[in-house]
Design a protein around this ligand. Sequence first.
Ligand code: NAI
Ligand code: 15L
Length: 269
Amino acid sequence: MSINRLLITGAGGNLGKVARQHFRGKYPHIRLSDRVDMDPAGDGEEVIVCDLSDRQQTFQLLADVDAVIHLGGFSVEGDWDTIINSNLIGAITLYEGALQAGTDRILFASSNHAIGMHDRATTLDHTCEARPDTRYGLSKAFGEDLGRLYAYKHGIRCLNMRIGSCFPKPFDERSLSTWLSFRDFCQLCEVGLNADYQFEIVYGVSNNPKTWWDNSNAERLGYKPQDTAEDYRDEVAGILANDPVGDALQGGMFAAREFTGELARLLKK
Ligand code: NAI
Ligand code: 15L
């Protein structure tokens, strides 16, 4: 199915702005949405302020949409009410709207925090057990499973991008493993918009030699990351969480926050 109208949610956020700039002019209509104000619409753009937890607004938002890059959501740890409203209800409403609109595909910005309680000594692929490190991480694991329902039951193609740390550059030793450059993020979105799949989980990570993730599933779909965190190794050397849990588990300080478990039981023997 060729894409006439692409919707980007969370378009007022960090990655939303990157995606907006990258996809400008690439499809006949780009619909940009967030609950906060965004820059005015340029040529070929529609700008719609909408809270994804509002069913009526979100159903209107999805009208005539062929593909979605779903970035809108609370992007760090929050209390249950915040996470439930933005990330659970928001995602459900978005998928329901997409089903009603006949949307072909949804690219979901999942997160490494869906698997953040895994040990750093374990290499994970797309089939690994979810181990959320926060309420936020759990909402991302839920978003992935929500995609399974709509993919296998209703035929919406779902690409779940488990993004590592997508910022201009790595900022600590952990991000030497998790960093995703903006350029590679855009390429992964391109893959998601063009490849043939029903439901997939891939890692949003650059070509980092210190990675904890086997991303062959993304490579199989055509992803070839161009950037590497290794270029910044000296800049971030010695920047650690300085926390036994935060420096041992993949989720870093998200995993350490509110931790009351037994670290030794989580470490690879
Ligand atoms: P961000 O916080 O800058 O942007 C998220 C946007 O979503 C914000 O503009 C916010 O207003 C909007 N939003 C939140 N709740 C909403 C709601 N109920 N209705 C409508 N809009 C809502 O985050 P960023 O960095 O741009 O991340 C984008 C997505 O990627 C998020 O879903 C985040 O969880 C995910 N992600 C980002 C990573 C990163 O390193 N930047 C890593 C892993 C996942
Ligand atoms: C995420 O999921 C967050 O959205 C982002 O702000 C970073 O904390 C990132 O993960 C990370 O793990 O570095």
